[in-house]
Design a protein around this ligand. Structure first.
Ligand code: SF4
Ligand code: SF4
Length: 218
């Protein structure tokens, strides 16, 4: 099996929970990660410190005086995304929820001694948030710009669907999509199909199919 068939030890056959765990572990490895919130329809991004605790959930803190806190109160949806120097990347879209659990707070500060020290004279300024539910993706971008990717969801949220699909009824197996596919992710056959593990979602197959057999679903 080539390197591009495996992503962080996972394959196309890996379970949703295995992918989620890999994504959360990768987030903890990156730790200081870009996080976007929304305020009045506009995105706001900054680097945040994400912490994986032993309950398997990711937490972060902010202070009540910060704009981030107000944004989260108004709209609890965030996106975090980051990449390692080896080009392993994670993206998570999540709804966050504040927690008052003293055990979680203690465990969080145990792993964040800098925060504990910084707010030692004003600990009540801190608010603790958990990534409650959402969906995400891990990916590996290679030197030749090929990609391997896997998606997951948790707490009732489905993985984000890929947007390009081949309608078998319309496909004449002409091979045009295979020839223009930049991700080498079109599988030939009586009816052609897309292997989403290596799909870049570039849309070349959609634009070039002479039969209109590649559908785009948002
Ligand atoms: S280009 Fe369209 S019709 Fe041709 S193989 Fe691909 S999906 Fe089928
Ligand atoms: S969206 Fe791009 S990478 Fe994915 S199957 Fe179509 S042409 Fe290939």
């Amino acid at each position: 099996m080539s390197q591009k068939e495996i992503l962080m030890g996972l394959t196309r056959e890996s379970t949703n929970n295995e992918i989620k765990k890999a994504a959360f572990d990768l987030t903890w490895d990156i730790r200081f990660i870009a996080m976007a919130t929304v305020e009045e329809g506009m995105p706001h991004a900054r680097i945040f410190d994400m912490t994986l605790l032993d309950d398997g959930n990711i937490y972060f803190i902010t202070a009540t005086g910060k704009p981030t806190f107000d944004q989260l109160l108004a709209n609890p949806n965030i996106v975090i995304t980051g990449v390692t120097k080896d080009w392993l990347a994670v993206r998570i879209n999540a709804m966050v929820k504040e927690t008052d659990d003293p055990v979680i707070k203690e465990k969080f500060l145990e792993k964040n001694q800098g925060t504990k020290s910084l707010y030692s004279n004003s600990p009540d300024a801190l608010r603790y948030f958990k990534l409650e539910k959402g969906e995400g993706e891990i990916s590996h971008l290679y030197a030749d710009d090929m990609i391997a990717r896997l998606r997951f969801g948790w707490n009732g949220v489905d993985p984000r669907p890929f947007i390009y699909h081949i309608d078998e009824e319309k496909c004449t197996a002409c091979g045009v999509c295979h020839d223009v596919c930049v991700g080498k992710s079109i599988r030939p056959g009586d009816k052609y199909s897309i292997d989403y593990f290596n799909c870049l979602e570039c849309g070349s197959c959609y634009r070039k199919c002479p039969e209109g057999a590649v559908l785009k679903k948002k």
